[in-house]
Design a protein around this ligand. Structure first.
Ligand SMILES: O=C(O)CCC(=O)C(=O)O
Ligand SMILES: [Fe+2]
Length: 318
C-alpha cells in the first residue's frame, strides 16, 4: 500500500476485503480476552429444510409500531425480533456459508479475520430474496418515514473465531450518499450471544456529536479508544450491548454510532448486512477513502447525480 491510500481524502483503490482488513486494525482489543467459548449451532440451522424458501412470507409486511418508530428515531437503531423464522434463517445461513467457503480458502478462514463479500445478490438467487427484500426495505421505509427505498449494497460479513472488535464508527463515514435517510438492516444468520460479537450501539442518535471533534486516526487504535473514553464518561450516553436471538434483526441509521465485540466463540459470526436509502438521494460531491470501493455499488454515476442504477433497485415503495 502506498502512502496515498492512507490519506482519507483520497478514494480507496483496493478491494472491499482489503478495506475490512485495514479497518479492523483500528479497533482496540483487550489482549486478555483470548478465551474461546464453544458454540453449538441448533439443529434448525444445520438440517436441510423441506419445501425451500417461503418466498411470500419473507416478503410480507412486518408490522412496526409507532412506539418502535419513535424509539428508532430517538436511539438511532432498533432491534426487532422474529423478522424471519428460525428455519428461514437456516436457509440464509447455508447460502452465506457456501459463498464464504467458495471465496475464501480454509487457511484464510483460520486467520481470525473479518471476511466480507458484496454484490452476492446478483449471483445467488436465494440471497437475492433476502437483499431485494420487501419486508426488510418496508421496515426501513416506515422507520424513516419515506415513500420508497433503494438498495445501496449487500454485505456478507463473517467475523471468524478469534477476530477482534469492530472499531467505533458511524456509517456516514462510509456511505457516499448525500442524505441522512440511510439504514442498514443487520441480519444475523444464527443467534449471537455476547461472546460472539453482537453490534454495540451508543444511544441516543446524537451520540456522534460528542465525538465529532476527535481526529480520525488511520494508522492505529487511538480514535477507537478516544471514542470509548468519551462514551463511558458522558452521562447522556448509554451503551447498548445485547445478544441477538435467531430471527432478530437490527436496523441502524447512518448517524448511529456503533461497534461490535470480538468473536470469542468457536463458530463464525455470519451476518448479512443490507444498506438501503431513500429513493431520490444523490451521490455526494466528494467520496473519500473510508467509503471503500463505492463505485462498484453505484456504477456510472457522477458526484452530485441522483442514484438510480440497476445495482440500486427500489426494494419497497408505498
Ligand atoms: O459486523 C460488524 O462487526 C460491523 C458491521 C457494521 O458496522 C455495519 O454493518 O454497519
Ligand atoms: Fe457500520
Amino acid at each position: 500500500m502506498n502512502n496515498d491510500k492512507f490519506d482519507v481524502s483520497e478514494p480507496w483503490e483496493s478491494t472491499n476485503q482489503d478495506w475490512w482488513d485495514w479497518y479492523v486494525t483500528l479497533a482496540y482489543n483487550d489482549e486478555n480476552l483470548k478465551q474461546r467459548f464453544s458454540y453449538r449451532l441448533p439443529k434448525v440451522l444445520t438440517e436441510a429444510v423441506a419445501g425451500g424458501l417461503p418466498i411470500e412470507e419473507i416478503h410480507s409486511e412486518y408490522s412496526v409500531s409507532d412506539a418502535e418508530v419513535t424509539n428508532f428515531r430517538r436511539d438511532g437503531f432498533i432491534k426487532l425480533k422474529n423478522v424471519f423464522s428460525a428455519s428461514t434463517v437456516g436457509i440464509l445461513r447455508r447460502q452465506l456459508k457456501i459463498e464464504i467457503m467458495n471465496r475464501f480458502k480454509t487457511n484464510e478462514k483460520q486467520k481470525q479475520k473479518f471476511l466480507s463479500l458484496d454484490l452476492i445478490w446478483e449471483k445467488n438467487q436465494v440471497i437475492k430474496e433476502f437483499v431485494v427484500n420487501k419486508r426488510l426495505a418496508g421496515i426501513v421505509g416506515r422507520l424513516l418515514g419515506v415513500n420508497a427505498v433503494r438498495l445501496y449494497h449487500d454485505n456478507v460479513l463473517s467475523k471468524e473465531p478469534g477476530c477482534g472488535r469492530t472499531p467505533w464508527h458511524y456509517d456516514t463515514h462510509h456511505f457516499p450518499i448525500a442524505t441522512t435517510n440511510v439504514v442498514t438492516a443487520w441480519i444475523p444468520a444464527q443467534a449471537i450471544p455476547i461472546e460472539m460479537g453482537p453490534l454495540i450501539f451508543a444511544k441516543p442518535i446524537n451520540a456522534h456529536t460528542f465525538v465529532e471533534h476527535l481526529r480520525f486516526s488511520k494508522e492505529d487504535t487511538a480514535y477507537d479508544q478516544d471514542v470509548w473514553k468519551i462514551f463511558q464518561n458522558r452521562r447522556e450516553i448509554e451503551i447498548d450491548c445485547q445478544p441477538y436471538e435467531i430471527g432478530e434483526v437490527s436496523f441502524h441509521h447512518n448517524l448511529s454510532f456503533h461497534s461490535a465485540s470480538p468473536n470469542l466463540t468457536t463458530e463464525s459470526r455470519l451476518v448479512l448486512a443490507n444498506t438501503y436509502f431513500e429513493d431520490g438521494a444523490k451521490l455526494v460531491d466528494h467520496p473519500t477513502m473510508v467509503s471503500g470501493d463505492w463505485q462498484q455499488f453505484i456504477p456510472d454515476t457522477n458526484p452530485g447525480q441522483i442514484i438510480r442504477t440497476k445495482r440500486n433497485p427500489i426494494c419497497w415503495e408505498v
